[in-house]
Design a protein around this ligand. Structure first.
Ligand code: HEC
Length: 118
């Protein structure tokens, strides 16, 4: 009987813990998407790109998460000049690099990955 109670307590504790951990992972992801959205809005990406109705619709990024790989997205964030050459992009002015810290780069990458055609 005691064994059964101990088992029940352990199961309850494990369940409670895993749902807390799950919520934290989800919060962390939402935070990163939020940071990425802020970076997009504050670092001038919108001068040349749009997400939804916001920004320059000549360079829509709405489905960029489906079209480009993570490495390609990273390339556009960290080394746009190289990506411009690689993809032979002709639109002017060319993609501009923003001065971002690691957290901003990560957020932006996650935000861009989340832009998928619904
Ligand atoms: C001065 C204009 C300009 C700015 C500012 C700019 N870009 Fe770009 N970007 C371009 C151009 C031009 C291309 C080439 C593809 C095209 O013609 O849309 C491009 C391409 C891209 C691509 C690949 C798009 C695709 O459809 O394959 C991504 C992703 C991207 N930029 C992200 C960003 C982000 C994030 C920022 C802000 C940190 C930014 N860009 C700022 C002009 C700009």
């Amino acid at each position: 009987m005691t064994r059964l109670i101990v088992l029940a307590v352990l199961v309850a504790a494990a369940t409670a813990f895993s749902s807390v951990a799950g919520a934290q992972i989800k919060d962390d992801y939402s935070n990163k998407v939020f940071v990425g959205r802020q970076v997009f809005l504050t670092y001038g990406c919108g001068q040349c790109h749009s997400v939804g109705p916001k920004g320059n619709t000549k360079g829509p990024l709405d489905d960029v998460g489906s079209r480009l790989s993570v490495d390609e997205l990273k390339g556009w964030i960290l080394n746009p000049a190289e990506m411009t050459t690689k993809t032979k992009a002709t639109r002017q002015p060319p993609c501009k690099k923003a001065k971002l810290n690691d957290e901003e780069v990560e957020g932006l990458l996650i935000y861009l990955q989340a832009q998928k055609k619904k």
